[in-house]
Structure formats: C-alpha cells, structure tokens
Write a protein that binds this ligand. Structure first.
Ligand code: SAM
Length: 243
C-alpha cells in the first residue's frame, strides 16, 4: 500500500476537530514557515536528534501532516527500516503524500489514516514514535498517550513536540499578543481562514504545560521522562522511554 493509504473510520466529534485542517491543508507548509518565522525547522531538527533513530528502525509519526519528520526519518532508517505517517485528516494525508512523492521519498514510507486515540498497530512494535504539534488537537490525551506506550517496543521512545508554557513573563506577553492578533490575521490573509487560526491560538493556550505533560507521560508508564524547552518554552520537546 505504498503511497496509498488505509482508511479507518473515526467518530463525528473527532472528525469535526480534525476538520479544521481541511481548510488549511494546501497552505499548511507556507503557514508553518511564516508563523514560526522558519524556526519550526530547528524544533524538528532537534526532535530527530533526540529520537536516537537508527538504520533499520520502525518509526511512527503520529499527526504527521505534510511529513516534515517522516521525510527525515525515511532517510535515516534506510531500506531495512520503515516509517509510518499516520494522520486523522484526509486532506493533510493527501498533501503529505504528494509532497513526499514529489521529492522522491518513497520505498520505506506508509500512510495510514488513524486517530491518535485508537492506533491500529500491534503491541511492542515501534522503536520511535513522534507526535509533533498534534497532541493538543487530540480530545483524550491520556488515552492517546497510553496507546502510544502500548505500541512502543521495550527500549523504544516517544517524543512529543508541542507548544508549551513560555518560561519568562516578557516572552509570555509577546507570545499572547502574537498568537491572538498576528496569527489569525496571517491565517486570514494567507489561507483565507482566520477561524482555524483562532482555534490554533486557543488550543495552544489550553494545552498542558511542561510539568503536567511530563506527569501524564509518567502516568502511562513511560520512564526517564524529561523535557527540553525551546524558544523560551514557547515549544517543549518531551521524551520518555518504555522499559
Ligand atoms: N506533525 C506535522 C508538523 O509538525 O508539521 C503536522 C502538525 S499539524 C499542526 C497537526 C496535525 O494533527 C494535522 O495534520 C491534523 O490532521 C492532525 N490531527 C488532529 N487530530 C488528530 C488525531 N486525533 N489523531 C491523529 N491526527 C490528528
């Protein structure tokens, strides 16, 4: 099923939340670069580094969207390895698949339509699982984290890259101002859609902070959980291991 993808039915409520991404899929990459001023590339680079991925590994990129992480993993695991890009949203999967095909990626990548809360994969299967800027969209985060821990191999690791709580008050103020004014405005101008970007700002504000997410990862049984703040805590990378 290379470059085809498997369809998995998802319930209506989840569909509605994920539907936000329908309207932005085609502009997604441009928006990412504009809104983060290119810095999301560095956050992702660090995520790949900390994953400790090796040749031959099995990797799952949940909420993989247009495939920034999947692309890097595909290169690093080589022909004996496998990368699965899973996403709940049809439009994002299509854009991602076309983009990776255009760039000549292929043989070791599979695309799967799936909800992070009910991952259609066997126990103890993956060496590396990532979810980048995806967890905040997931309704039942504990359930999703539990399922991720289930499908990790012993010794495998989960990396969660997500917006978090800025560590200094000045950055916090600047960031609020940015996310509630500039962000929806850019959304309107570039994607013709300010509502989706207002939703984005709200979902970021509601997301668990560094310590809370660390606790949540420990609660599903992951070990040695730690996080790294980036850009003054605007973004944090959490990593935990399955023993
Ligand atoms: N990981 C990519 C990146 O960092 O560029 C894409 C991030 S994008 C902001 C969030 C992605 O999460 C979207 O592609 C969306 O369809 C997906 N998503 C939202 N809810 C989801 C869920 N419950 N399960 C799986 N994917 C979900």
């Amino acid at each position: 099923t290379h470059f085809g993808y498997q369809e998995v039915p998802v319930d209506e409520k989840v569909k509605r939340v994920a539907g936000v991404f329908d309207s932005v899929a085609s502009k997604y990459d441009l928006m990412n670069d504009m809104m983060s001023m290119g810095v999301h590339r560095l956050w992702k680079k660090f995520t790949i580094e900390l994953s400790g991925v090796r040749k031959g590994n099995k990797v799952l990129d949940i909420a993989g969207g247009t495939g920034d992480l999947t692309m890097q993993f595909s290169r690093l695991v080589g022909d004996e390895g496998e990368v699965i890009l899973a996403d709940i949203n049809d439009s994002m999967l299509k854009v991602g698949r076309d983009r990776l095909l255009d760039r000549g990626y292929g043989g070791n990548i599979r695309f799967v339509q799936a909800n992070a809360e009910a991952l259609p994969f066997p126990d103890n299967h993956f060496d590396v699982i990532t979810i980048a800027f995806g967890l905040r969209n997931v309704t039942d985060k504990d359930k999703a984290l539990k399922d991720m821990a289930r499908i990790l191999k012993p010794g495998g690791r989960l990396l969660v890259l997500e917006f978090s709580k800025p560590t200094n008050p000045l950055m916090s103020k600047a960031y609020d101002l940015y996310s509630f004014t500039a962000l929806p405005l850019m959304g309107k101008i570039l994607a013709g859609d300010s509502d989706s970007y207002r939703y984005l700002a709200e979902s970021i504000r509601m997301h668990p902070d560094q310590e809370t997410l660390k606790d949540m990862m420990q609660n599903v049984g992951l070990s040695d959980v730690e996080y790294h703040n980036m850009t003054s805590g605007v973004v944090a990378l959490h990593r935990g291991f399955k023993l």
